[in-house]
Design a protein around this ligand. Sequence first.
Ligand code: NAP
Length: 601
Amino acid sequence: MTNGSDSTDLDLDEVRARYREERDKRLVEDRDRMLELTGDLAQYLEDPYTEAVAREPVTDDEVDAVIVGGGFGGLLQAAYLRKAGVKRIRLIERAGDVGGVWYWNRYPGAMCDVQSYIYLPMLEETGYVPTQKYSLQPEIYGYAKKLAEQFDVYPLALFQTAVTGAEWDEESARWTITTDRGDVLRTRYFLIANGSFTTLKLPSIPGIETFGGKMFHTSRWDYDYTGGSSDTPLTKLGDKKVAVIGTGATAIQVVPPVARAAEKLIVVQRTPSTVWWRGNGPTEPDWAETRTPGWQRIQRDNFTLLTAGIRQPVDLTRDGWTEAFQQLAGRPEFNELSPEERAAELEKIDLAWMEGIRARVDEIVKDKAKAEALKPYYRYNCKRPAFHDEYLDAFNRDNVDLVNAPGGIDRITEKGLVIDGVEYEVDCIVFATGFDSESPYTDRIGFDVIGREGQRLSKKWEDGFRTLHGAMTHGFPNFFFNPANNMQGTATVNLIHVLEDYAIHFSKVITELDRRGVRAFDPAQEEEDAWVERIMSTSRLSAAFLEQCTPGRWNNEGHLDDRSARNANYPNWNVPEFFKILDDWRDTSFKEQIDRQLQPS
Ligand code: NAP
């Protein structure tokens, strides 16, 4: 499938005005206010998938590495440390098993819209053959468990366990980690792989506590109530009116199966997503035998560079993502233009692309009013794009309504939702409202980290992140973390690419520290300052683009400020370039710092 031409006759000024008008409708105060899930509301955080199991507290003074988080980030850290010969690795995870987002997000239709061949990590080492181009949740979750088994993570793992504190002890050069199960672990290396989508977000809508029906968040799906499973039909919704709130990447996947099962479905939309084609299908029978050694890194780099808008001689993935970003990158001759001329050409291409996205809505959705409401009016890169072949078609069903709520929901009553003064009565409200990405880091991970001289991480980062490479921070030795989004690290469409490369980086750093007999490594303050400055100066360049965007996670809900400049990613999604910087750092500055540290005084 292709998205028409890369030019358009539309008047750019008119389009800009329309985009501004749509943005302004959504720039309402407190649009991002979350409910604090404490007291009675803590029930919305409970794990519906695994029974709680009692156990005795663990005391362990001989841990080599404690990893917090059992998603792919933590599993990859464990796998690469294991490969490097690190023996006692303890993984701590709040959930009942590994899997991270793929443990929690078992909502109907859950799948990954990044191709399984480049999403599922270490396929060459595990020999696993994904069953389809885009894996469904059960396959991805199963693969996470397979990695945990292959790299021997289970024997020392602590599940259903939340870290409550982490403190550095200078004398012994050890971290002491405590948990809500009474565990006390002393470790040489402390790693956090918390992920970007950990703390679910329920919006603070007036009256939410008065609703008399069923409510849950997509990451805590109640299959007792709906029947079915993430990949089988929902059997108990035939007499239920359901509202799905939100139209992000999750809702796009949830809506079709709920539409098929419910008596009535109301989709509450604040901002429409861009929904392009997906094209799933089974893995080709000869897929495995046509791979050559090193294929996964080659294909992953190729995908990542294409989605960073960097031309490649060939597109090895050929899907909606690579199609979109190749088109939006413009043409080679644009390199001859001034920055202003190039920006103008790219804006025209963006408009043509978005016209194609909007035309697809008209092609699929028969009801003109619904189609109009489902069209996104902003530039493509303002929000995370979505890809699905059944979402738009779900609105052709008689039992599915779309309620447009650009300014949000007025209130929730005992019987349902009130939007623009109209009450919609429902039996069940599903919150597809995403995850907290704004609260302070230590609130999101649920504990503070205390480094050298009693310094608290919450204090150090109270005005924004201060990191080296989004992965270490001065004053906190032997401490490594996978950056969540906007933590001065790198980002890309295929997050696993980043997680695996960080895991490789950490294992190389730790191997070198062990080889040289370094007890404590603390990245230099000047280097951290320089990195923060580098992130701030580059992020200011993209601020002009983001400021004009519809409000969302990528532009601090429409309010960019100095803190947003600091809390940003390395620019351009160029992951290979980013990790080359880290490779060079290990070969130079890191070694020099170790040499200085080991010099006899
Ligand atoms: P999300 O992208 O944050 O979307 C949340 C949705 O809820 C948005 O439509 C938002 O509207 C709406 N919303 C939030 N508060 C609201 C309120 N008070 N009233 C009405 N609507 C409200 O969350 P998500 O869809 O769960 O996705 C989270 C992340 O998970 C994504 O960025 C993606 O990276 C990842 N994900 C990936 C896949 C995959 O296939 N790889 C699938 C699912 C999710 P606005 O747009 O107006 O803010």
